[in-house]
Design a protein. Structure first.
Length: 236
């Protein structure tokens, strides 16, 4: 479990993830390792607000956040997750406007995303990150539209394991899972009661061990077959 015990306040996840997406030069790695201007992202605090200027692009160094839509009656849909090493935005222009609201789901740390040199490794890593986010969005649409509650949770757990692996934050099929059942319900389009029952069902089936904020997939291949899970391709 050593990978799960890495310091959550440094640049480990961001550097590891971007190096997984593209070959970075020594100077690019140095800039990412010593990125300045870090700031806390308190739990439940807005990071970006829909329709407001984005400001400088940020990397999530630690913690979990989400892009979300809250309706006038208080209902919330989590559109996508932001995990350690993810960029909160990719717009480096001065007039960029946030298309969704981003909120911290746990305590976290943000830092300015270094501006990439044209044609450099960092530019390719950012482009790959944007392509992956599109993959995850399409997968979320399919997940919510066609999968059962059990399948939605299984598909999401497999995706989250793979995403965290890119950032060096897994140990085999074990990975951090700090989300509340309420957050899972908002992410998967279910009620908290339904999430609770589905988690219990996966535990009874021996497919999932969830305790102490860590999830372990006991039968990942069977879950992948169940949901026709397709790992995202990464072109380096």
């Amino acid at each position: 479990m050593s990978a799960l015990l890495k310091s959550s306040s440094g640049s480990f996840a961001a550097l590891t993830r971007l190096m997984s997406l593209a070959r970075l030069s020594e100077s690019e790695r140095g800039v990412l390792a010593d990125v300045e201007g870090r700031r806390r992202a308190p739990i439940h605090r807005e990071i970006q607000v829909e329709g407001k200027p984005v400001g400088e692009p940020m990397i999530l160094l630690s913690g979990w956040a989400c892009r979300t839509r809250t309706f006038s009656d208080g209902r919330r849909q989590i559109l996508s997750l932001l995990l350690p090493g993810d960029l909160v935005s990719y717009a480096f222009g001065p007039d960029a406007v946030a298309v969704t609201t981003a909120i911290a789901l746990t305590e976290g740390v943000l830092a300015p995303a270094p501006a990439p040199a044209e044609g450099g490794g960092l530019a390719r890593a950012y482009a790959a990150a944007a392509a992956l986010e599109e993959v995850y969005l399409y997968r979320q649409i399919a997940r919510l539209g066609r999968l059962s509650a059990y399948e939605r949770l299984a598909d999401w757990l497999l995706e989250t394991r793979d995403r965290l692996a890119l950032a060096g934050l897994t140990a085999g099929d074990s990975f951090p899972m700090p989300l509340t059942q309420e957050a899972l319900a908002d992410l998967l389009g279910l009620t908290s009661v339904h999430i609770n029952r589905t988690l219990q069902s996966m535990r009874r089936d021996g497919a999932l061990d969830l305790r102490g904020g860590t999830a372990r997939l006991s039968e990942p291949r069977q879950l992948a077959d169940l949901v026709d899970y397709r790992p995202a391709a990464i072109n380096r």
